[in-house]
Write a protein that binds this ligand. Structure first.
Ligand SMILES: [Zn+2]
Length: 144
């Protein structure tokens, strides 16, 4: 079973705690970040973007998905997932953050092996295309 606590995220503009809700995440100073229709939240402020389309392009994400879905990295994903599961607490919720999660390949793999364990996962990537692809494939993980 997976849950989504990860309520300790900070506002990228002032560092105040973000309060997630179904449609909008807000900080106490009124900054708000809408949850996209696909379920991800964009937290990179326009003034902090260093390019119009930071991170991997749509084509790069699609190419990576084709490669990963061909199974070349399945053994690596299994090894990483088994190590992560080994280090999670045996009771309560285990929290996992994948920084640079791309299109979510490793978190999806981990979730598929987690069984009844209670885990909370968040995937973070600078590429909106990667986060979009991840959110389309996995509604259990928070994607930002
Ligand atoms: Zn704020």
């Amino acid at each position: 079973m997976t849950t989504m606590p990860f309520d300790a995220l900070a506002c990228p503009l002032d560092g105040c705690p973000l309060a997630p809700s179904e449609k909008t995440w807000r900080c106490e100073n009124g900054h708000s970040f809408d949850v996209a229709r696909q379920g991800y939240v964009h937290l990179l402020p326009v003034q902090k973007k260093r390019s119009l389309d930071p991170g991997d392009s749509k084509e790069m994400v699609a190419a990576r998905q084709r490669f990963l879905n061909a199974g070349f990295y399945t053994k690596i994903a299994e090894a990483v997932s088994n190590q992560v599961l080994q280090w999670l607490p045996s009771e309560g919720t285990g929290s996992i953050l994948d920084a640079g999660s791309g299109e979510g390949y490793y978190l999806r793999h981990l979730a598929s092996l987690a069984g009844a364990r209670d885990i909370s996962m968040i995937g973070v990537d600078i590429s909106k295309w990667a986060v979009l692809a991840a959110a389309k494939q996995d509604k259990q993980t928070r994607w930002v």
